[in-house]
Every structure is written in C-alpha cells, then in structure tokens.
Design a protein around this ligand. Structure first.
Ligand SMILES: [Mg+2]
Length: 103
C-alpha cells in the first residue's frame, strides 16, 4: 500500500520549516523541469551517449528530487495523491484494454 498521505505530510512539514509552503505552482513546475534535465543527463551517461561518469546514487538523488517536487505540487494544488495513485491504475487498465482491443 502506498503511503503518499504520510509523504505529503512530511513534505509539507519540511516546507513549513523553511517557509517554502507558499511557493507558486509555476515555480515548482519549473523546478520539476530542471530535475528532469538532471535525470536526462544521467540517463545519457548511463547509456554511454555522454562520456561523463555515471552514478547510480546521483540518479537516485535526482529521482527523489523530482518525487519531492511532485509531492510538493500535490500539496500546493490541494491534491490527495494517495487517492489519485489508485485511480491511476484504473486509468492505465483502461488504456491497456484499449490497446488489446486493437490487436
Ligand atoms: Mg536535483
């Protein structure tokens, strides 16, 4: 079982500690794009496209940075991520079913 509600509480508490809980959604989204850039660069290293040192630990940290911001955006936008997590699988199942019908 996911415990996204607890993670949302933890992220909110951390943001409140530093006065970041009022950050704008647009700024959070821009930071998410920044993290995706960092993740992408590491993937290019992983696959050998970029001849720079790859670090699994660095990729893990960037994924967590993105997750943190995803949860933070959920908080700011008033979204219950725990509830949405499970409804997402229903959506995915419908998409999968559609693909199978095309075969
Ligand atoms: Mg980062």
């Amino acid at each position: 079982m996911a415990n996204l509600s607890k993670l949302q509480e933890e992220v909110l508490a951390y943001d409140q500690k530093y006065g970041w809980e009022g950050d704008k959604e647009s700024h959070i989204a821009l930071h998410m794009a920044e993290e995706m850039g960092e993740i992408s660069r590491l993937i290019l290293r992983l696959e050998g496209y970029k001849h720079e040192e790859y670090s699994k630990k660095a990729l893990a940290e960037e994924l967590i940075d993105l997750l943190y911001l995803t949860i933070k955006l959920g908080n700011t936008a008033g979204i219950d991520l725990e509830k949405e997590w499970y409804s997402a699988f229903e959506r995915y199942e419908k998409k999968t079913s559609r693909k199978e019908l095309k075969k």
